[in-house]
Design a protein around this ligand. Sequence first.
Ligand SMILES: NC(=O)c1ccc[n+]([C@@H]2O[C@H](COP(=O)([O-])OP(=O)(O)OC[C@H]3O[C@@H](n4cnc5c(N)ncnc54)[C@H](O)[C@@H]3O)[C@@H](O)[C@H]2O)c1
Ligand SMILES: [Zn+2]
Length: 659
Amino acid sequence: MEQSEAKKRIEELRAVLEELSYQYYVLDRPTVEDYQYDQMLHELMDLEEQFPAYRTDDSPTVRVGGMALNTFESVTHTVQMGSLRDVFDTAELTAFDEKVRESIENPLYVVEPKIDGLSVSLEYEKSKFVRGSTRGDGLVGEDVTQNLKTVPSIPMRLRREVARLEVRGEVYMPRQNFLELVAQQEVGGEQPFKNPRNAAAGSLRQKDPKITAKRRLDIFVFNVQQIEGIDIQNHYDSLVLLSELGFKVIPTFQMFDNIEDAIREVEHIGSMRGNYPYDIDGAVIKVNDFSQRELLGSTAKYPRWAVAFKFPPEEKETTLKEIQIKVGRTGVLTPTAIFDPIPLAGTTVSRAVLHNQDFIDEKEIGIGDTIVVRKAGDIIPEVVAVARHCEGSQVYQIPIVCPSCGSTAVREEDEAALRCINPECPAQLLRTVIHFASRDAMDIEGLGPAIIEALIDKGLIKGACDLYSLKKDDVKDMERMGEKSAQNLMNSLEKSKKAGLARLLFAFGIRNIGQKAADLLAIKFGTLDAVMVATAEEVAAIDGFGMIMAESLIRFFAMDTTMEEISKLKEAGVLMENTKVVTESRLAGSTFVLTGTLSQMTRSEAKAAIEKLGGKVSSSVSKKTTYVVAGEEAGSKLVKAQELGVTILTETEFLNMIA
Ligand SMILES: NC(=O)c1ccc[n+]([C@@H]2O[C@H](COP(=O)([O-])OP(=O)(O)OC[C@H]3O[C@@H](n4cnc5c(N)ncnc54)[C@H](O)[C@@H]3O)[C@@H](O)[C@H]2O)c1
Ligand SMILES: [Zn+2]
């Protein structure tokens, strides 16, 4: 490759990798498979090796990817939390061994599974847990002590006296918990996490430890970062010690005196992959002896005494038997491939999601074809390609009828999915009512999914609005109900009528209208009637809104069924007015100076108005001043503002601004 071409490619790769890292580490929402990311990173490494002139010290090849958010206090790690060099074929493990043997004699290797979670440091003083933090960029992480305290397997006190100890571990979310969380997120209309690793990271970095606690995270500890008071010389002994101290240590660790056996163990761990109740993405080989580790040293990003072998996504061929269409709780019609069962990454799989028509068209998938199925880091298997078409094979067409209610499904512009938009579709009714009753919506205590399902089955409710015409006698004979629970339910229904406009708007479950948007609408319009007659432009003009959201809202209110539902709710006496206090912060970050006499309000009224909107008021003009409000007979401050080029507002302009 030419110099100039290489330079261009290097820059391109860096930009892409940085963006992907941001999505992965900061937003916990990756947009590509890890395998793809790793491939690009390796390409960049190769190029930097060939063209050393283009190396930089902030390239993704030398930086650890995480970033400390300022939601948390930052923690500077005494012992740097590095990453691991990863390799994808066993020849590279042999090369690792050769390299190690250039510097040291008779290495012993410890082999461990690589847990797919996020790295944390736990610090103990006088055997007491004092602080826990994320890896961050390896040098500075985030203080997540309170959240880590909710992880039951982290000991708050060590079982033996140790003056000072810092350990490193991997926080993860067991697969079962992940699946349950994703199911809940789908019911609640939230965007579900992509995989257990992102779910663990997102859960650990919550502002509210109560939410973290609910996510049922777990940890495996795999390293002593520093210790005072106990002498250890090697990794194996330190893992044994960590167990004795009460930690949940990495589930298997074995020691070998040659690389061949170590590689066999790596392969064994790979073959067991699907049997663990959590995700592993590889196996790690580490030099055991600490003094040997010191001799080998580290690069800026990786230690030279360890290497991670990443398991490739496993692929197999099978025959596609049929395609089933399911309607999800948001009305989306999803095709699922049903194929002859195959063992894959430790489990037997027989189905995979086909996403939508575009996906099927692109891969030209037809029933009877031989398909290639893969299971990557994500739990859900996917169809990679068609290996061979069968005779007379035809690309499958998703029928445009809802399999649940039989009404015609529609494909909206800019959307790949077919959707059943019948609001009375039974497949969606359950979800709609569960959402309506949920805590952040109308908060109807005692009305859980099981009861809602029973009410629907009995034909007692055909929409959320019917909840308010339920009679105590209707429900008291239902399973697990009884007189008392029925009365309680009546009381919570009554109470929920006062939930207020913001909650009600959210409870409707309008597409693209989340909790925050509902709050903003309620504050802006004040009553449901006003929201209903608002134009798309008016709605889109609200800070935080866009045209897509506005159109969703308009479309919702244009449906006949919506009108019916609203009139039933009105009849039942559900409050349709805003109860939210305005906590706007549009002027946050702006500093005002008031000068001269204002005719419409006093200075202190003006000051209060500014502060209510998050702005600040100062008495003297400086470069930091954002606006000077000039009333009648403004004097020296006005002159100063003109000199400094600060924006000057007339009283009318100011009144418009705060209106
Ligand atoms: N999909 C994307 O867009 C995207 C973006 C950025 C990063 N990524 C992924 O994130 C990973 C980036 O790597 P990384 O730097 O976070 O490191 P890594 O996950 O590849 O490996 C290092 C980590 O492994 C962990 N670990 C688990 N078990 C261990 C054990 N037994 N011994 C030692 N360490 C153990 C450690 O916490 C350490 O931080 C890659 O898998 C990459 O694909 C993906
Ligand atoms: Zn339907």
